[in-house]
Design a protein around this ligand. Structure first.
Ligand code: RP5
Length: 167
């Protein structure tokens, strides 16, 4: 059963939102991904958000651009955590998406990641699930070690070229 719902306002959001899916796959978390526009198909949207808990979702990752109401409206209906991904828009470079998603009224939080922060949304969803899943927590700790190792490789390469780190 999918534990995470990934929803985006348009297929044009997919290149960013697939990064969330890739992270969930890395951690072995089942997810369901779909396109639903809160503005263009409000009835379909409402059924999705209202049925998400019964489907077994523990977290929803919602991405949208422009007047980005999808994450906030998911959070208004779904009682568990919603992570919002502001998609970079053509007109305002994603500032519109960011403000639309992050400025939620008190009582209805959306955990907003960076503009185009699809990967971090996936990691954050994994961390939320890891609070009650020790096996998953171990995978996240291993991932943190991977990140450190990748920077150590970069550090070594830099030093090879004579650039010293001061510490
Ligand atoms: C939003 O409008 C979507 O999330 C997308 O980021 C943006 C543009 O949608 P399209 O015109 O590409 O379908 O609802």
């Amino acid at each position: 059963m999918a534990k995470v719902g990934i929803v985006m306002g348009s297929d044009s959001d997919f290149p960013i939102m697939k990064k969330a899916a890739e992270m969930l796959e890395k951690f072995g978390i089942e997810y369901e991904m779909t396109v639903i526009s809160a503005h263009r198909m409000p009835d379909v949207f409402f059924d999705y958000a209202a049925g998400a808990k019964e489907k077994g979702f523990k977290v929803i990752i919602a991405g949208a651009g422009g007047a980005a109401h999808l994450p906030g409206m998911c959070a208004a209906i779904f009682p568990l955590p919603v992570i919002g991904v502001p998609i970079k828009s053509a007109a305002l470079s994603g500032m519109d998406s960011l403000y639309s998603i992050v400025q939620m009224p008190s009582g209805i939080p959306v955990a907003t990641v960076a503009i185009d922060g699809g990967a971090n949304a996936g990691i954050l969803a994994a961390k939320i699930l890891a609070a009650s899943d020790d096996e998953l927590l171990k995978k996240i700790e291993a991932y943190k070690e991977e990140l450190k190792a990748s920077v150590m490789v970069k550090k070594a390469k830099m030093e090879e070229f004579g650039l010293k780190y001061e510490k």
